[in-house]
Design a protein. Structure first.
Length: 611
């Protein structure tokens, strides 16, 4: 796995034995070199480390400088050598001059400063602990927690956030004293203080600067260039192909750029409503790729669960990690060294169904307030017995939801909003958490967006929450577990910038999702791909758990062990199992999976007994 880790403390701590940096690295190999306080581990050409004039620097990723002298130095002496010079020249503004995917660390002992930063999309991660006159940092949260001054105490708030989001959202981590950077963010430690800030923001422009046809033609070039850049140094590339819009686009462009059939990998399920391998086959035939297919079985899931839980540095509850792992594993076994993934297209071109759904609710807010309060709402809610009539009941539901402002409204279907918390969680646990934190985490990126439109603001939220916090963690870690590298052409910086310049009404036109994207590629993508609804790599866990005894036993054993942790009411686990058996296997199977993976993670990372 590609990682950077290190620490800086007081003058007395500076001479500490090497065991500290080794403990933080765990089983990672410092392939590109290390010092007593800084190390990197990465595939060849993906990292460098350097020291000059009392400054130590490490740079991880595929990146380039917009400063010609720094770019020349990077080519000749390595990215970290250029980073040392850049630190002297630009200070904390360094990451703004670096483009591509990266994580960086600069340790300036003379100045007593440390600079940490990650790329604009959050493809790479960075965690850290602020220790006052010292700091520790690493690409993974558990590496930071391994520093003796930090420790691995779990955070009750993070446990609650995990059960709410099915992952631990940044800036928190599962560990009480460890934090994560957000996409496009840096942190500077200096003089015993730390400052976090964004060096880049998504540059939304909400009025068109060029005609539709001009932009569509430019779009093809931008996408193709993004795929080409993603192939840097790849000896045997391949691509994930789910059959959706993004993976089909990437697979088709990869074939075009290579000038030969691309190696594409697809996953199927023997479960109605979950298998979309037919669409992957359509795309493969259309573009002429060399297709590889694998059907994941319940036995595969049983084998993968403990591997996946142990592989993550924090609990991770997205069940599609399983098919992602098997897809990447098949590619690695065939000799593929770099996989291209289509993640990101929905979050920058308007592909998530909630964008259209929320536009429907936003309509109500455009009706004059006086008309709503004086006429519409009295008529809908004031008529005796109206709630018993279907048209009025639907209108009441619509108005009640429409009156909840964005982004809170998008969370109204969250499992923990639909069920009383006191029935789910142990009373002692609830006293230690702030149940309002999840909504605060949703509001922050939504309100921070440099955009007026709800569509762009929702997409900005999803760049952080759905993409960086969830999908990228899923694919990154599963590819690392499988032993193959992954890259994301849709998150190429030029593609991000291009998408930000498109008017929001081109992204979601009326209720038509990804309007510009699909129109611009109408003669490139198969017609079936353009018409299909979004599905993804969803796992039929809830259904399989009903009839596959080994999977059911693993889930029940995990839930029984989880009872004693003190997070949830034991009676609620019984209720959850009963509800799963009562004909709602898929719905309640999600929360069973999330709790099961939390218990599996706690056990794999040797957190025993009660909280």
């Amino acid at each position: 796995m590609n990682c950077v880790w290190g620490w800086m403390g007081s003058a007395a701590a500076a001479g500490a034995d090497r065991h500290v940096i080794d403990a933080m690295g765990g089983k990672l190999r410092a392939a590109e070199g290390s010092f007593t306080d800084l190390a990197v581990s990465a595939s060849a050409g993906q990292a460098s480390i350097h020291e000059a004039d009392g400054v130590r620097a490490a740079l991880l990723g595929l990146c380039r400088w917009d400063d010609a002298e720094l770019e020349r130095l990077s080519r000749e002496q390595g990215g970290a050598a250029a980073l040392v010079v850049a630190w002297r020249k630009y200070g904390a503004e360094v990451p703004a001059h670096l483009h591509g995917t990266f994580a960086l660390a600069v340790l300036d002992r003379k100045a007593g400063s440390v600079l940490l930063a990650i790329d604009r999309a959050g493809v790479h991660g960075m965690c850290y602990a602020d220790l006052g006159n010292a700091c520790a940092f690493a690409s993974t949260a558990d590496s930071v927690a391994a520093h003796p001054m930090v420790g691995a105490a779990l955070d009750d708030q993070a446990i609650f956030n995990y059960l709410y989001f099915h992952m631990v959202p940044s800036p928190g981590t599962i560990y009480r004293n460890v934090r994560k950077l957000l996409p496009g963010e840096y942190v500077l430690f200096s003089g015993g203080k730390s400052v976090r800030n964004f060096y880049w923001r998504m540059p939304y422009v909400e009025t068109s600067r060029a005609g539709f046809s001009v932009q569509a033609e430019r779009f093809r070039t931008v996408l193709r260039d993004g795929v080409s850049r993603s192939l840097a140094g790849a000896a045997a590339p391949g691509a994930f192909l789910s059959g959706g819009t993004d993976s089909s686009t990437v697979s088709g462009l990869l074939t075009s750029v290579l000038g030969k059939p691309a190696e594409t990998y697809s996953i199927g399920f023997d479960a109605e409503g979950f298998d979309e391998i037919a669409y992957a086959r359509i795309a493969s035939r259309h573009f002429g790729t060399h297709a590889h297919e694998y059907y994941v079985t319940p036995d595969d899931v049983v084998k993968a669960i403990p591997l996946i839980a142990a592989a993550y540095d924090e609990p991770f509850g997205n069940a599609s990690a399983v098919p992602t792992y098997y897809c990447a594993k098949r590619a690695q076994e065939d000799g593929v060294d770099v996989m291209l993934a289509g993640d990101g297209g929905d979050e920058i071109f308007g592909g998530n169904a909630r964008y259209a759904k929320q536009k429907v609710f936003e309509i109500y807010g455009h009706i004059p307030k006086l008309l709503r309060r004086a006429m519409i709402e009295p008529a809908v809610f004031g008529l005796p017995g109206a709630s018993a009539l279907m048209p009025f009941r639907k209108l009441q539901s619509y108005i009640n939801q429409a009156k909840v402002p964005l982004p809170d409204r998008m969370e109204s279907y969250n499992f923990l909003h639909l069920h009383p918390l006191a029935e789910i969680f142990a009373a002692d646990f609830l006293q230690h958490v702030d149940t309002g934190v999840p909504l605060a985490l949703v509001r922050e990126p939504y309100e921070r967006a440099d955009a007026r439109s709800a569509v762009n603001r929702m997409m900005h939220l999803d760049l952080k929450q759905t993409l960086a916090d969830n999908d990228l963690r899923k694919v990154n870690r599963m590819c690392a577990l499988a032993g193959v590298e992954v890259r994301y052409p849709m998150l190429d910086e030029a593609v991000l910038d291009f998408s930000a310049q498109l008017p929001p009404e081109w992204k979601v036109k009326g209720l038509r999702l990804r309007y510009f994207f699909k129109e611009a590629l109408r003669d490139f993508l198969p017609p079936e791909t353009l018409r299909k609804s979004k599905q993804g790599f969803g796992l039929p866990f809830g259904l399989w758990m009903e009839r596959h005894r080994p999977l059911q036993e693993l889930a029940y054993d995990s839930l029984n062990a989880f009872r004693s942790r003190g997070y949830v009411q034991p009676a609620y686990i019984d209720k959850l199992i009963d509800q799963h058996r009562s004909g709602h296997a898929s719905y309640y199977g999600v929360m069973i999976w999330v709790m099961m993976m939390l218990e599996q993670w706690l056990a794999a990372h040797a957190f025993a007994g009660r909280r």
